[in-house]
Unconditional design. Structure first.
Ligand SMILES: Nc1nc2c(ncn2[C@@H]2O[C@H](COP(=O)(O)OP(=O)(O)OP(=O)(O)O)[C@@H](O)[C@H]2O)c(=O)[nH]1
Ligand SMILES: [Mg+2]
Length: 253
């Protein structure tokens, strides 16, 4: 059976690694075969036992020492080195990772990953294992204003444009979400966002409002799951979203 591969991308500290651990555990408890492939060469400690660990091939700390680089330089260099042997790395995932679900944990420095060829090359290589989706992990604790939520939804939508596979936003740290002003239902939230943005009366707020309207028009799904990786909450909603991604509901065709 072809696997479902979920690549977690998102800003530093948004909780990709914690979510990978919580979601894979939840899947296994539900009787599914699920594992996490670690693609972060710079991570110090993992809260899960990876079925694949890129650090066995390139370790950013060793790369930093060997080439005299700082943390970002070492991460860039490590990813370049990994990029050169993606075929072998994905073959190792195929051999060692479970048969149903593989969650791919990516580097904390999102820009080092997403803005470089390694991101789409990795996704392309992973497609040999089955269907690949991206989940954009939003840090709920940074949503202070409607504009913040709108901005993050827009960034999430650019992930599918970048990676060429379906991507969906997921709000993590739901336990720290401030206020009650949004529901995770994009249609309803857009109404509130739109009103708040209109009140700002600035060109940029208007641009954001228009862009969000287009996003909603093209968005295949209107639910944004809210999860708490540390509390293990909301994972059922996340899984429902992943299953819906697989069903092709809402395709333009
Ligand atoms: N309150 C709360 N904290 C969380 C949650 N998920 C993760 N954290 C915390 O957020 C911090 C970062 O979590 P990570 O899982 O390392 O995030 P990451 O995106 O993998 O981080 P980098 O790979 O370093 O960018 C840690 O202190 C976690 O304990 C959550 O659901 N709720
Ligand atoms: Mg991480």
């Amino acid at each position: 059976m072809a696997r479902t591969v979920m690549v977690l991308v998102g800003p530093a500290g948004s909780g990709k690694t914690s979510l990978a651990a919580a979601y894979s555990k939840w899947l296994r408890e539900g009787g599914l075969e699920a594992g996490v492939a670690n693609f972060d060469p710079a991570v110090e400690a993992l809260p899960y036992e990876p079925c694949f660990d890129v650090r066995r091939h390139v370790d950013a700390r060793e790369v930093a020492r060997k080439y005299g680089l700082g943390p970002n330089g070492a991460l860039v260099k490590s990813l370049e080195m990994a990029s050169g042997k993606l075929g072998d790395l994905v073959a190792e995932i195929d051999e060692n990772c479970p048969r149903d679900y593989v969650i791919v944990d990516t580097p904390g420095q999102m820009e080092v990953f997403l803005f470089r060829g390694i991101s789409w090359r990795l996704v392309e290589a992973l497609q040999r294992l089955g269907t690949v989706y991206a989940l954009f992990v939003i840090d709920g604790s940074v949503i202070e204003r409607p504009e913040d939520y709108g901005f993050l939804l827009l960034v999430a939508s650019t992930v599918s444009l970048r990676l060429g596979v379906e991507a969906a936003p997921v709000i993590n740290k739901a336990d720290l979400l401030p206020g009650e002003w949004y529901t995770g239902d994009l249609t309803r939230d857009y109404g509130r966002l739109s009103r708040a943005l209109r009140e700002s009366r600035t060109l940029y707020a208007e641009m954001l409002r228009e862009l969000l309207r287009s996003l909603l028009k093209y968005s295949k799904r209107i639910e944004v799951p809210r999860v708490s990786a540390v509390r293990g909450e909301g994972l059922e909603d996340l899984h429902r979203l992943v299953l819906e991604m697989g069903c092709g509901c809402g395709d333009l065709s």
